[in-house]
Design a protein around this ligand. Sequence first.
Ligand SMILES: *[C@@H]1O[C@H](CO)[C@@H](O)[C@H](O)[C@H]1NC(C)=O
Ligand SMILES: *[C@@H]1O[C@H](CO)[C@@H](O)[C@H](O)[C@H]1NC(C)=O
Ligand SMILES: *[C@@H]1O[C@H](CO)[C@@H](O)[C@H](O)[C@H]1NC(C)=O
Ligand SMILES: *[C@@H]1O[C@H](CO)[C@@H](O)[C@H](O)[C@H]1NC(C)=O
Ligand SMILES: *[C@@H]1O[C@H](CO)[C@@H](O)[C@H](O)[C@H]1NC(C)=O
Length: 551
Amino acid sequence: MDRVKIYLLLACLFSWTISVVRSEDPYWYFTWKVTYGIASPLGVPQQVILINDQFPGPNINSTSNNNIVVNVFNNLDEPLLFHWSGVQQRKNSWQDGLPGTNCPIQPGANFTYKFQVKDQIGSYFYYPSLGLHRAAGGFGGLRINSRLLIPVPYPDPEDDYTVLIGDWFTKSHATLKKFLDGGRSLGRPEGVLINGQNAKGDGSDKPLFEMKEGKTYKYRVCNVGLKDTLNFRIQDHPMLLVEMEGSHTVQNIYDSLDVHVGMCFSVLVTADKKPRDYYMVASTRFSKTLITGKGIIRYSNGKGPASPEIPAAPIGWAWSLNQFKSFRWNLTASAARPNPQGSYHYGQINITRTIKLVNSVSRGSGKLLYGLNGVSHVDPETPIKLAEYFEIPDKVFKYNVISDNPSSVATTLTVQPNVLNITYRTFVEIVFENHEKSIQSYHLCGYSFFFVAIEPGLWTPEKRKSYNMLDTVSRNTVQVFPKSWAAILLTFDNAGVWNLRSEIAENRYLGQQLYISVLSPERSIRDEFNIPNNCLLCGAVKDLPKPPPYA
Ligand SMILES: *[C@@H]1O[C@H](CO)[C@@H](O)[C@H](O)[C@H]1NC(C)=O
Ligand SMILES: *[C@@H]1O[C@H](CO)[C@@H](O)[C@H](O)[C@H]1NC(C)=O
Ligand SMILES: *[C@@H]1O[C@H](CO)[C@@H](O)[C@H](O)[C@H]1NC(C)=O
Ligand SMILES: *[C@@H]1O[C@H](CO)[C@@H](O)[C@H](O)[C@H]1NC(C)=O
Ligand SMILES: *[C@@H]1O[C@H](CO)[C@@H](O)[C@H](O)[C@H]1NC(C)=O
């Protein structure tokens, strides 16, 4: 055999091996029993949501391209859905677990989610997405590790820890929901929790994490709270930022990091200080009263309690803006990425559409509403994804009820489903303009986007000159500081119906969100998976025959 033939043979064998490996991407099966329980994370007994008796819920650990199967048994007295925040669900908005994509799992029933964590890595979390369920727990960490063959730009840590931080209310999710339904705000949280706890500092606290002297650990931090940006830090231990929502970052060292609601990142921490206990701290930012949550990290050979002196958090949001500007994508690190065309050269793609979203609040006639471009979104009984798939959108919602370029801040809001139609595979700029005095945090499902700028003031097309068009981090949440704007760029190449929402629970629940429909021109399984066999049907599609499957 000549050399060329051998190469060809080897190449065939190699690609065959890869395809076999692909078809055997491992499956991880989970059975979740979801119940109410009583916990006292702030010393006051209160109702919480448990998964298999755990609060917070169990971690989901996976590797790129693994298949995850979660059979959820709803033993609450209310409908339930789980959302896998940050999992991109390529071609598969069927599994997104939001009121716009799925019918709820009824009390006493079970439903099995099945999805692949395709072409992505990173630190994420899941949570129950209906009403204010997240205020009661039910959330947990979700990590996607890099496949063994793909180099990670830092040495393997000694261990890998999930840190879920969030503000916390002692009132039940039902009471909080009543507040919002009755035109009241959520008010102030009573505390900040780290993995469902807050250290008392009286010697009785159990450590949340242990570190061996001299070793380096990875901490995956997510803000799963309802409203507050939190500043995260560890006494005496600087943090090396390595990953943010699925992207390897340029590795800078930080004494503390601001974590906006819904945001996640990973840091490396080395146990190279005097062996004893140290506090990990998360404290509220931009709020009138400072609320601090603590947890203990223990050196395994350590002696002595953590110092009661807690390092102070920075003040003001300019600090946070500067920190944002220091985040950079490591362009040379390899990693699973869903969007090869757009990944490296996003600065050279022409923008085909600009959508400016202006948030506003209205408090007329005893009602509290939040909206985007004059519309306060309300979930129709029939999920938007299903209404579209069964070809009865007209019965359920109208497309494009908002303008791409509102001329003013809406002072009155109309309540209706807010659904944008975005053309498949177009490169779109979304600008968030915040005229309010409060910070906003948004999340887009189904995608990772380039977060190219945040600046004080109002946006104009001229501002594009200040965009980072080279190495901004590709991610899935965006914060918008008070009286500021932020811009993101992305290619809408994932067919499906995707939620763009405020991560601030009160704003989201009262309408500051929308859905984006990205239709592939042909109904083809190349672009989008078929409706799953076990898909729950409700509302106007309950008894309709299923349209023919995609070819
Ligand atoms: C998580 O998954 C990775 C890769 O599959 C594995 O190496 C690691 O041991 C797992 N960790 C836990 C805590 O199960
Ligand atoms: C409910 O759970 C059973 C196993 O106990 C499973 O066979 C069935 O498929 C589940 N139903 C759904 C809709 O996922
Ligand atoms: C980026 O990743 C490369 C490749 O893994 C690594 O060698 C380099 O140190 C990283 N650069 C920075 C600035 O973190
Ligand atoms: C982008 O737009 C510029 C100017 O409008 C045009 O010259 C160029 O050909 C476009 N590039 C692509 C890839 O469409
Ligand atoms: C949505 O956009 C696509 C592509 O631009 C277009 O063909 C379709 O008619 C639009 N649908 C609606 C309802 O606006």
